[in-house]
Each structure stands twice: as C-alpha cells, then as structure tokens.
Design a protein. Sequence first.
Length: 183
Amino acid sequence: MNGFVRTGPKPQDIKMWIARRSLTKQTYPGLLDNMVAGGMGFGHSPWYTILKESMEEATIPESIAQNAIPVGTISYIKISKDHVETQPETQIIYDLELPMDVIPTPCDTEVQGFRLWTMDEVLTAIRQGEFKPNCACVALHFMIQHAVLTPENEPEYLDIVQRLHRRLEYPGPKKWPTFAEVH
C-alpha cells in the first residue's frame, strides 16, 4: 500500500511515505519499501491484510487504514538470485491518502523508519536501485496513476506500463476465501 499526502493540486505536489527496511531483514535489508506491504496469509483477503499490516508495520489504526482504496495490480516473474528459478507474482495495490498530521511509525522489527519523499526523490531512488525491486514497481504504478510519469515526460513510459503487467501463464487464485475474518 502506498501512503501519500497532497501538498497542492498538481501531481508534483504529492509526497509518498517510504519505508526503509530493517537492516536485520532476511531479504533486501536496508532497501526502500512501500509504506505497508506483506504477503496474504492463507485464508485472508487483501483487505484484511491491508488493515493488519497497516497497524503492524506503520502503526496506522484501522479507522484510518479503512480509507485505503484498491487501485490495481502489477504482475511479474521473479527470478532467483542464481538466475535458475522463476516465480510468478501478482501484487494487489492499495493507496491511502493520509492527513498531514498522521505520521507512520514502525511498530515491529521489519521497518527501520519512514520518511516523506517528493516524487522526484522517489524516482531518483528507483533509478539508483535503492528500492526493493517489486516495491519500485508499485511506486512506478503510483506515479503513472497520478500522472507524475506521463508519455510526455518519460521516454520509456510505454515500456514501463507494459512491464508492470506481465501475462502470467500459471494457475492462480480464482477467488478469495469465503470464511469470515476477525478484525
């Protein structure tokens, strides 16, 4: 989930809350990450996961997190470090516009800290490889959706959009579980 604030009416006036992953994380320690992220546990819906992870990772209460909106997906094929194995993945993306006085705060050991970044800072960090790779894709999706990146200002626009939506020729879930979830 992308957390963001608006400081004015233009796309350049949007700022994103970016997490820095803990240095003790087993995967991608110290790299930049989206405000809230996490795998869906068996039997849990994307919505339940957003509410749970918002509190666990960023101390965002459910009363605020419930304002998140689903904004799309990205899909890609992850390649192992040894370039031998592949794994298809789909990310369901949510955006949460936060009031200026709501500041994400680490609640568990997964996040080192949060900082509010300008769109230019986020794009520079993506280009310099400072983001966990799939999190960079989620941030690019956000920039396209909010007209920060456009065909007029990004020569690779079409390629970026197409690469965020890979066709996965693997079976995947057809529906979310139907049993009740406890909040």
